[in-house]
Design a protein around this ligand. Sequence first.
Ligand SMILES: [Zn+2]
Length: 123
Amino acid sequence: MPPPQRTFKNSNTPNSNINRPKPKIEKIELSEEDKENIKTIMSGRPPKKLVQRWLKEGVSMHNAEKYYNPPSLEGRLKFIRQKYFNGLCHICQKFPLYKVSYKMGTAALIEYYCEQCFSRMSF
Ligand SMILES: [Zn+2]
């Protein structure tokens, strides 16, 4: 079955989602440094800040990398989620690219979506 049509571009036209107010959609912008950091942390290599500290302390990179014990994958995911995103994709739990918020009276409902899931949604 093909994915449902994306209707985001025509968000002024009424859709079936009438119970929800019109959301505010923000793209999560990360700097190149942040993206690089995320890649490094996910790979299990020591993060740049730690490497810089080692260099300052005169630890040889060979020894430092040899004894570096990266956090578990779960720990790395948690760290990245908290530091860079606040939440994970509402649908697939991957790192999100979009933040979608609905204002409901004084409260706001916030949902995060990755690129893939976002492209399948109609808001
Ligand atoms: Zn997703």
